[in-house]
Design a protein around this ligand. Structure first.
Ligand SMILES: Nc1nc2c(ncn2[C@@H]2O[C@H](COP(=O)(O)OP(=O)(O)OP(=O)(O)O)[C@@H](O)[C@H]2O)c(=O)[nH]1
Ligand SMILES: [Mg+2]
Length: 405
């Protein structure tokens, strides 16, 4: 069974909600009045079931199966091997320059697989000193294989040909030209996610394929906004899986914000409607709505996403104010199709590229920027709350080409 069949093929959808998911005109009435009342968590420990131990909590936040679910207990060996928990770091905020440097180091080490592979392949091409036609052709192949896209690959080889043809050139020079072209391509799409303070609550809808990092990104954003003193509410719109609701609740608890949820199997658009109504009646600055992962080629699941958007608009025609698509960098070229279809069906306004650590395919961001110039707001390089940063084309270009060291 494929992942999305597990999550809800047509039959599953019918069993879950009754009737036809295609009957959207009548179905647009959010069913918030129909089933169980939304469950509210204020983010305080008292509201939640028994708090899981910290490592278990981390596993839930990362969406992994926990020992509680599997019934396993820790072995003596595991206990002995486990290092002492690091003491909580002092909460001294590093000065801005140092913070930026730290992030750049994290980005560089996250993109190391991509930059190492790219560097090795470029090195292998430039065995001859002079830049000739064959070398340019081989370089073009290397750049295409690195997921940068044909257009970018051509732009880079043409730039090199223009300046350096039949002249001596080092790998370092090539990487510099590459970094310049990558930055030039990414510059127009780098755009911070601006929270319009007139829109209260500012509604962010998070969409994307299964496992692309929606819930984790919501958790990271919630922590960031709460730290900035914003009043944040989360809506557990992935109503398919109990674990997804629990995962968002853990992130909400960490950030200290309210999480609105309903029992698994409830109607996602009804939940979104409820959450927005509640956010409008409370002092909420930002409402972030999670959704279930879905493959872009599953028409009925994409229709469900359209319904969520329509239902939200009944309360606020301008909402969602941002619809963010999370893209898993490890998926490579398929991300291009995800941007296209989620863009058409859900009205995506911006991108978050996750998992740039752990992949040699970080170049895909450049191909996306060239083909679908949607704003790129954030990049993620890890599972932790601090592993999300506004997108900077200069840093990215240096990190991916290894020219920032
Ligand atoms: N290394 C790394 N892992 C990440 C990053 N973002 C998310 N993850 C991990 O990827 C896995 C999936 O992330 P989720 O946030 O659950 O993804 P999702 O899109 O909500 O998944 P579904 O709800 O199943 O569709 C989790 O184990 C996360 O911890 C990232 O930037 N880097
Ligand atoms: Mg999720």
């Amino acid at each position: 069974m494929s992942n999305d069949e597990k999550k809800g093929g047509k039959g599953f959808f019918k069993r879950l909600f009754g009737g036809s998911e295609n009957d959207l005109s009548q179905d647009d009435e959010p069913s918030e009045k129909m089933d169980a009342p939304p469950q509210k968590s204020t983010g305080t420990r008292e509201d939640l079931p028994a708090p899981p131990p910290k490592d278990e909590e981390a596993a839930i936040a990362a969406g992994r199966t926990t020992r509680k679910e599997t019934g396993e207990t820790e072995t003596e060996e595991e206990k002995a091997e486990k290092p002492e928990r690091e003491p909580e770091p002092e909460t001294d905020v590093p000065p801005p320059g140092e913070k930026r440097r730290n992030w750049f180091l994290r980005l560089t080490s996250g993109l190391k697989k991509t930059s190492d592979q790219l560097g090795d392949n470029i090195g292998a091409v430039f065995t001859r000193k002079k830049l000739d036609a064959r070398t340019l052709e081989e370089l073009e192949d290397v750049l295409i294989q690195a997921d940068l896209g044909i257009d970018t690959a051509l732009a880079i080889t043409q730039a090199l040909e223009k300046d350096r043809f039949e002249r001596e050139i080092s790998t370092k020079d090539v990487k510099k030209v590459l970094a310049r072209e990558v930055e030039k391509t990414l510059e127009p799409v780098a755009s911070p996610l601006v929270i319009d303070e007139q829109a209260r609550p500012f509604v962010i809808l998070m969409v994307g394929v299964n496992g692309s990092g929606k819930t984790t990104t919501i958790g990271k954003l919630a922590e960031k906004y709460c730290r900035e003193g914003k009043n944040v509410m989360l809506a557990a719109g992935d109503t398919f899986r109990a674990a997804a609701i629990e995962q968002l609740t853990v992130w909400g608890k960490r950030a200290g914000c309210e999480v609105i949820s309903r029992p698994p199997g409830s109607d996602a658009s009804g939940l979104a409607y409820d959450a927005l109504e509640r956010a409008r009646n409370s002092n909420t600055d930002i409402l972030i709505i999670d959704t279930a992962g879905r493959l872009q080629n599953r028409d009925e699941l994409m229709a469900e996403l359209e319904k969520i958007v329509r239902v939200i608009k009944k309360l606020d025609p301008d909402a969602p104010h941002a619809t963010l698509l999370t893209l898993d960098a490890t998926t490579g070229q398929n991300a291009l199709q995800q941007v296209e279809i989620f863009g058409q069906r859900a009205g995506v306004t911006g991108l978050v590229m996750t998992k740039l650590d752990g992949t040699a395919r970080g170049g895909i961001l450049v191909a996306i920027a060239k083909k679908h110039p949607l704003p790129v707001h954030y990049v993620g390089v890890g599972e932790g709350a601090d592993d999300l940063e506004p997108f900077s084309p200069g840093d990215f270009a240096m990190a991916i080409t290894g020219t920032g060291e």
